[in-house]
Ligand binder design. Structure first.
Ligand code: SAM
Length: 344
């Protein structure tokens, strides 16, 4: 028996038949791997929680298997954003067949450039401190897109823009299994990295389940993780996103070395020892801990201490260890002369 919140869709050809009918062979460049098993797509949608009567945005619907599982849950409105126009006929068929169940809207476009705030226009905005809004983002995206996308979305969360101008919109997304493990990795975990801390600074993260690679057509080389991310009412940090991203990227650069090495890379050579020592004291960090052994709270203190040093030392915030080598001598010279002058 179907649960009360789930409806049976009107008769439709199977997704497998549609893929054959429209000759939708998977395009490797778009990393297309399709899920055909309804039990798995239903489980993925269940992982998003209650979506009945809510608004849903599905990213990368392809031929529409997850889309069908979403529609069975009767959302009020479903927006799908798909890059490959070959899927339009099968999505149009789904839209037409299910028009009495949900109001479906199809956009052919690239999610990396898509204006979600506009695409979701009309949804009542919910206060950030309140419960999550009746809006969900769901997607089984190619791995290379989902990692870039989550960083972009974390920035939007930090700015309460895009889909997060409506409130603390939760996301249920797939990642390469290893990336899913990184997202949720706690302090000391072998997968702990910049992505773990970035996600955990702004979101509550939950590893829901693993989809074996064999469930996809064609089969990818890896298993897949389903992860939900729900923006925190109070993020662990209140600092410009780019500065946080730079600090975490730099400190995790030498993951297996003592963290003081990575922290040192935040500073120009001429003041490296002095400012590294200052930061370690300000943030109360054990210099011989490795970056993956530090807690989220340790990283919060590192970020704030770095910001304090940037406020005290004009020009420091512009330093990035990835700065092209040719620009370094000029930068270091200017920085050092300002630094010496301010010390007098
Ligand atoms: N959701 C379908 C499923 O689970 O069977 C398809 C998943 S397939 C891994 C990824 C889908 O995302 C493909 O349909 C692909 O064309 C689409 N896609 C890839 N890059 C995209 C982008 N930048 N914006 C929107 N869709 C994209």
């Amino acid at each position: 028996m179907l649960p009360r919140s789930v409806v049976r869709l009107p008769p439709l050809p199977t997704v497998r038949d549609l893929v054959k009918l429209y000759r939708l062979t998977a395009i490797k460049q778009l990393s297309q791997n399709f899920l055909m098993d309804e039990r798995i797509t239903d489980r993925l949608v269940r992982a998003a929680g209650n979506i009945r009567g809510h608004h849903v945005c599905e990213v990368g619907p392809g031929p529409g298997s997850i889309t069908r599982s979403i529609l069975k849950k009767q959302p009020q409105h479903l927006l799908v954003v798909e890059k490959d126009p070959r899927f339009l006929p099968s999505l149009e068929l789904l839209k037409e067949t299910c028009k009495d169940i949900s109001n479906m809207h199809i956009e052919i476009g690239d999610i990396m450039n898509f204006n979600l705030e506009k695409g979701l226009e009309g949804i009542v905005k919910r206060d950030w401190d309140y419960a999550t809004p009746p809006l969900h983002l769901i997607g089984n995206l190619p791995f290379h897109v989902s990692t870039h996308l989550i960083i972009r979305w974390l920035q939007a969360i930090s700015e309460k823009s895009s889909a997060w101008s409506y409130g603390r919109t939760p996301m249920t997304l797939t990642f390469q299994k290893e990336v899913g493990e990184r997202i949720v990795a706690p302090m000391g975990h072998k997968q702990r990295c910049r992505l773990s801390v970035m996600c955990q600074f702004w979101c509550n993260v939950e590893y829901k389940f693993t989809i074996p690679g064999t469930a996809f057509v064609p089969k990818p080389d890896v298993d897949v993780a389903v992860v939900t991310l729900t923006p925190l009412r109070v993020p662990l940090i209140d600092m410009p996103f780019h500065m946080v991203e730079k600090v975490l990227r730099t400190v995790f650069h030498m993951r297996q070395k003592y963290c003081r090495k990575g922290i040192g890379r935040l500073f120009p050579k001429c003041v490296n020892d002095e400012l590294t020592q200052k930061l370690l004291v300000l943030a109360e960090i054990n210099p011989t801990a490795k970056s993956f052994e530090l807690s989220n709270e340790d990283f919060v203190r590192i970020c704030y201490a770095y910001k304090m040093l940037c406020d005290e030392n004009p020009g420091l915030a512009e330093f990035d260890h990835r700065m092209p080598k040719v620009l370094r001598p000029d930068y270091e010279e200017n920085f050092y002369s300002t630094w010496q002058a301010s010390a007098v």
